[in-house]
Design a protein around this ligand. Structure first.
Ligand code: AR6
Length: 169
């Protein structure tokens, strides 16, 4: 498994699937979710609406997959991170589940490369360093048969970039 770090906008990354830090409605919002729906266009929302009709809302820590519309990636995996509030073990487990379930879905669909933002660290208020540690640890602990070919951490801001740079040394 290759791990890469990129500073930039996840909507410009060409991988099999980029991950969206969505909310349980799956119908869009602000932050990276807003950027993905804006740039990806109608197709993403259509697929999200179809998933909503089929299964209802998406629980925290779970993930679903849609087409990627106008984005350079082939698919978008939407996962719902925890709202940090006061934190705690459950929130940390839910965040780890976002990474596990997104990667499971990637592999189940025969896909190999995936790009993640630092889930829950914007509007949902999770401390960036702790969230980054959970993301890297969760991915490094995957069994060989559960590993993607490549994982890219995409950092929108300098602070996140420096955190991942340190962790991936
Ligand atoms: N590319 C990569 N990372 C980004 C981008 C981008 N284009 N834009 C933001 N980030 P957030 P959350 C980083 O707030 O905390 C939405 O309204 C950002 O710097 O997007 O999980 C949803 O609908 C931060 O590190 O997601 C939910 O309601 C990280 O992405 C709620 O926000 C996540 O920030 C989810 O909140």
């Amino acid at each position: 498994m290759k791990l890469e770090l990129i500073k930039g906008d996840i909507t410009t990354i060409k991988v099999d699937a980029i991950v969206n830090a969505a909310n349980s409605s799956l119908l869009g919002g602000g932050g990276v979710d807003g950027a993905i729906h804006r740039k990806g266009g109608e197709q993403i929302l259509e697929d999200c609406q179809a998933i909503r009709q089929k299964q209802g809302k998406c629980d925290t820590g779970q993930a679903v997959i849609t087409r990627a519309g106008n984005l350079p990636s082939n698919y978008v995996i939407h996962t719902v991170g925890p709202v940090y509030n006061k934190g705690g073990v459950l929130k940390e487990q839910q965040l780890a589940n976002c990474y596990k379930n997104s990667i499971n879905l990637l592999i189940k669909n025969g896909l190999k490369t995936i790009a993640f933002p630092n889930i829950s660290t914007g509007i949902y208020g999770f401390p960036k360093k702790r969230a980054a540690e959970i993301s890297v640890k969760t991915i490094l602990c995957l069994a060989p048969s559960e590993q993607p070919e490549k994982v890219i951490f995409v950092c929108f801001d300098d602070q996140n970039y420096r955190i991942y740079e340190e962790l991936l040394k």
